[in-house]
Design a protein around this ligand. Structure first.
Ligand code: G4P
Ligand code: NA
Ligand code: NA
Length: 190
């Protein structure tokens, strides 16, 4: 998506060779028009898959997941994050390390909102190491639902998450692919 790449260049702040701050676009402020276009794009790519639910992990994936679910006319489920150690029997739970934040959280989805009749599309904002994505994919598998694919706005190609998901045989579509942040520049693939 050319408009997205333009906004990434305008709003992105390179923090290091590994991290691009995107508060103006994804993590603190949301551009509704652009977000609805991203949802349209994911809905177009996955529109023939019989999706029954869109799923994401709170919090930054929710806006684009909402836009996608709206376009597909299905509910959005967002996995909750908790620091708790208490077991919740009706919840599917996976422990997820966050490399960037240096913490471990539990992500939880109720069995009321995900089950074996579902065909699920996973949507998220950024894929880096892919730990949260892998945790959510395990939850989807345990629920008995079918994962039809994943749509993620920004792929950091120099980190292993996206490739690992594709190697699992999962269809992963991304809207902007960042090859490198080195030399103080954002370099896209293509
Ligand atoms: P991930 O691929 O599973 O997300 O792995 P990782 O543990 O590396 O990332 C942890 C968090 O940091 C994720 O947000 C991820 O989106 C975010 N992140 C990773 N790299 C970048 C980056 O270069 N720029 C920005 N802006 N964010 C990055 P999260 O924990 O899912 O939190 P939330 O934003 O959804 O609340
Ligand atoms: Na996220
Ligand atoms: Na994030």
């Amino acid at each position: 998506m050319e408009l997205l790449k333009q906004k990434i260049v305008e709003q992105g702040v390179i923090v290091s060779d590994q991290v691009l701050k995107l508060d103006g676009l994804l993590n603190h402020q949301v551009d509704p028009q652009l977000t609805m276009q991203m949802g349209k794009e994911f809905a177009k790519r996955f529109g023939d898959q019989g999706v029954t639910r869109v799923i994401t992990v709170e919090s930054s994936g929710i806006a684009v997941a909402f836009a996608t679910a709206y376009e597909l006319g299905v509910p959005l489920v967002f996995a909750r994050r908790k620091k708790t150690l208490l077991a919740e029997p009706d919840m599917l739970c996976e422990r997820v390390p966050s490399f960037t934040k240096g913490i471990v959280t539990d992500i939880l989805v109720s069995r009321d909102f995900l089950g074996e009749k579902d065909r699920v599309l996973f949507i998220d904002d950024i894929i880096a190491n892919g730990d949260a994505a892998r945790g959510l994919i395990r939850i989807i598998a345990r629920s008995g639902a079918e994962l039809v694919g994943a749509g993620i706005v920004i792929e950091k190609c120099f980190q292993p998450g996206a490739q690992a998901i594709r190697e699992q045989g999962i269809r992963l579509e991304t809207l902007a692919r960042i090859a490198s942040l080195e030399g103080g520049r954002i370099t896209f693939v293509d």
